[in-house]
Design a protein around this ligand. Structure first.
Ligand code: DHB
Ligand code: FE
Length: 283
């Protein structure tokens, strides 16, 4: 209990800072955006803000509170968290609207490339006695015609039974509950892990304070994160949820889609579920 509490207290500052550092390493600048497009996008964003100011008669006190809050989001390193919760879902929808294969959803701020490479019958790195219900997650990667994609890469990462991600909360081994699983020649994989817990946005950072001030809840339903890829196919970034799990109908990040909800079945020693991925050809 004490350990749980101290992990929780440490998490907002440390997860925010780590998410900002990780993002800076991977970010591609949008340098190919033309001046016309920048002008159009920024003008429309500002016009929307001006409209809200007029419609709601924003006061100077509220304007100053907004400035303070924006400054604090940066100070807490929470821009990746805030944007991935409140904006990424629409970017993902637009980016993938023409996909024929499996549904994707947001990546979120906690992906780290380079997780240990594991065979097709894999157990994710975990601590001795890792808390949580064991989960066997198995399936096949195929193309649109149903042909298996041998050797596909299934990168998987998820929170632990306390809702914490390795590398973004203190005292969790580096690659805990993260792995790069290589499917067999038939595109099949079997991954042993534990079922993650729901994830709560850190309550002590700027994002959590905004959520509390608005009277919203700060939860995402329990989820597995995945990136599935193979030579000659479009990479898919997705998440899978668990039917009946708390918050699956009220995700603060608006990232749940009906196709992404699993129905695990109780089996000897844990839960089991299968899910197949269909990849689109590279465009
Ligand atoms: C956030 C956290 C997640 O685990 C996720 O999947 C998406 C967003 C966040 O805190 O921003
Ligand atoms: Fe997540």
């Amino acid at each position: 209990m004490t350990t749980q509490l101290s992990t929780q207290q440490a998490t907002a500052a440390s997860s925010g800072r780590s998410a900002t550092e990780v993002f800076r390493k991977k970010a591609k600048a949008g340098g190919d955006t033309s001046t016309d497009r920048v002008s159009a996008l920024v003008s429309e964003l500002l016009a929307a803000v001006h409209g809200i100011v007029r419609e709601h008669k924003l006061t100077y006190a509220e304007y100053d509170a907004l400035k303070s809050w924006l400054i604090q989001v940066g100070a807490d390193g929470e821009w990746p968290l805030f944007l991935d919760v409140f904006v990424e879902h629409e970017v993902e929808r637009v980016a993938n609207e023409n996909r024929q294969g499996s549904k994707g959803t947001i990546e979120g701020p906690y992906y780290v490339p380079g997780a240990p490479v594991l065979g097709s019958d894999a157990t994710l790195p975990m601590r001795d006695g890792e808390p949580g219900t064991p989960l066997l997650f198995a399936g096949q990667v195929r193309d649109g015609s149903g042909a298996p994609i041998g050797g596909a890469r299934i990168e998987i990462w998820h929170a632990d039974d306390g809702g914490f991600y390795s590398q973004f909360a203190p005292a969790i081994p580096e690659w805990n509950l993260r792995g790069t699983v290589i499917a067999d020649d038939e595109g099949r994989f079997r991954i042993r892990t534990i079922q993650p817990a729901p994830y709560q946005i850190p309550t002590d950072g700027a994002t959590g304070k905004l959520i509390a001030a608005a009277g919203w809840h700060a939860w995402r339903p329990a989820h597995l994160h995945l990136k599935v890829s193979a030579e000659g196919y479009e990479l898919i970034t997705t998440q899978l949820y668990f039917r009946g799990c708390e918050h699956v109908d009220s995700d603060i990040a608006s990232a749940v889609k009906p196709e992404l909800i699993l129905d695990p079945a109780p089996a000897a020693g844990g839960n089991e579920v299968t899910y197949d991925f269909v990849l689109d050809p590279a465009s």
